[in-house]
Write a protein that binds this ligand. Sequence first.
Ligand SMILES: C[S@@+](CC[C@H](N)C(=O)[O-])C[C@H]1O[C@@H](n2cnc3c(N)ncnc32)[C@H](O)[C@@H]1O
Length: 234
Amino acid sequence: MPTTDYADNAVVSEYAKLPPLNKFITYPALLTLLEPKEGMVILDAGCGPGHLTRAIAEQGARVIGVDRSIAMLSYALRHNHIPFRTQYHIGDISVMRTVGDSSIDATIMNMTTINIEEREKFYATFQQLERVLQPGAPLLFTDLASSFWESEVATQGRMLVDGQIYDIDLPLPGGKVLPVNDVFWSRATYADALSQAGLELENVVDLLPGSGTTAELGRFLTTPRQCLYAARKP
Ligand SMILES: C[S@@+](CC[C@H](N)C(=O)[O-])C[C@H]1O[C@@H](n2cnc3c(N)ncnc32)[C@H](O)[C@@H]1O
């Protein structure tokens, strides 16, 4: 069973509606920690439809969005109201041919590694992220939270193993359900991949709706759905 196909135009139009968890939880958390400023060059690894790419550019930084899906990048280009500060590169982030060594001031990567099925590519991705970051620069990225696996998946009688492709229904506010078909990478594997790439893991935090969220989402989401890894190139 392959993971979600983000090269499929129907998947892209559905995803581009901006899942509320991104809008109210992961994007605000990533943007607050990132502190984008004029003069910074930021990499958005697996930028998808470019919502976060544009939000960073609006705060004055220049952003390079890299994605392997032409459908995702064409959506990002069609909706790009800030072209003077954004660049989109088509490519695989485990190879990252178009981004130079130590050329990036900070990298963010929202829900991208869940779509990398092969272990070698997963490890190579962190090596590439280390290569392009300047010394001292941060890498912030997200995945689903362990409390989600414990509360939603384990109670359905399923226990995932590292590297396993899952197919789950993610409940959303308003009774909607988002089918998600991606890869489970354990915290131990993230820690190992970061360490093998020469990146330091500083913290992992589970994310809950912040003050800017809707009351509906606040009532709905009482346990964290996503977590944020904060790492740095020494
Ligand atoms: C769940 S979407 C997240 C998109 C975006 N980060 C966001 O916040 O909306 C995952 C994205 O990662 C991209 N992706 C997955 N693996 C990739 C790889 N190895 N190289 C480049 N892009 C990749 C997919 O094409 C897809 O656009």
